[in-house]
Design a protein around this ligand. Structure first.
Ligand code: TPP
Length: 282
């Protein structure tokens, strides 16, 4: 598919994010490759197209907030924060080391990180609180929250979903990274979560169902979510776990794994191919 110039530029951004994610996982160092790559395209559109951010000030009160409720996938967010310039590129190789700015799960010491997450289920509650607080302050800032489909097994997600709906929280948009796999296998085998769209609808949310790797669809979905008033919106982003790295795609094996030398090399080749394709599409 030929993209518009803006969409092609975003495709290139998501290739760069995947490149940084790979660099956070040199051979022998474990990391959450699968869930970071499934959400990389959504992350690129949010930071480099949709959200209002101040590149000079990660704490600008007017900024839109992005919370990774599925905190283990924060590599995608770190990659974007490096590109924005909030985090020094040199921190990439220091990830998960003592004194490093980037830890395995999100911490508010890291510039651009809005909440401590990693214990699944909590980030949506934090985000609803943020959204209500911003509204009370008369702020026009919006809150975006990335949830995993496996994470939807957490009861707290549904308490937050109810709360957002009761309080007509229309300045929050949740994105469910619907890759069909959690840490140990497919949702259908580990803990089946059926009728996801109907669940959100019955909790009072406006539901948008998209291909979570198609940049124009992501752009349109975020714009649709913005237009919804009087209720929160959720984007169900159909994705592929490990997207972009053929050896890791649609597999639970790379949920949190260390690559070997050969896989890392294959990953680098995949990134080079992604960059080339992104250029060809412009
Ligand atoms: C409360 C809690 N229970 C268990 C875990 C361990 N854990 C980390 S990731 C994960 C699976 C998450 O699956 P999903 O939300 O689908 O994430 P994705 O596949 O997109 O990476 C689990 C069970 C955790 N982090 N928090």
């Amino acid at each position: 598919m030929k993209y518009s110039h803006a969409a092609a530029a975003l495709k290139k951004r998501s290739a760069v994010l995947r490149s940084h994610i790979l660099d956070m996982m040199p051979p022998g160092k474990a990391g959450h490759l699968g869930g970071s790559c499934s959400i990389a395209d959504v992350t690129a559109v949010l930071y480099f197209h949709h959200m209002n951010i101040n590149e000079k000030d990660p704490k600008d009160p007017k900024r839109d907030r992005l919370v990774f409720s599925k905190g283990h996938a924060v590599l995608a967010q770190y990659a974007a924060l490096v590109e924005i310039g909030y985090i020094d590129r040199k921190e990439i190789s220091k990830i998960k080391s003592l004194g490093g700015v980037l830890q395995g799960h999100p911490d508010m010491k890291t510039p651009g990180i809005e909440a401590v997450t990693g214990s699944l289920g909590q980030g949506l509650s934090v985000s609803v609180g943020m959204a209500l607080g911003l509204r009370m302050d008369g702020s026009r800032a919006r809150v975006f929250t990335i949830c995993g489909d496996g994470e939807l097994a957490e009861g707290q997600i549904w308490e937050a979903a109810m709360t957002a709906s009761v309080y007509k929280t229309d300045n929050i948009t949740a994105v469910v990274d619907w890759n069909g796999i959690q840490s140990t296998g497919r949702l259908s085998e580990v803990f089946s979560i059926d009728r996801i769209a109907e669940k959100w609808e019955s909790f009072g949310w406006h539901v948008i169902d998209i291909d979570g790797h198609d940049i124009p669809s992501i752009i349109d979905a975020l714009e649709e979510a913005d237009r919804i008033t009087g209720k929160p919106a959720v984007i169900l982003a159909r994705t592929v776990k490990g997207k972009g790295f053929p050896f890791a795609e649609d597999s639970a094996a790379f949920h949190n794994a260390a690559l070997d030398e050969q896989q890392f090399k294959a990953g680098r080749e995949a990134v080079d191919q992604m960059m080339k394709e992104a250029k060809d599409e412009v």
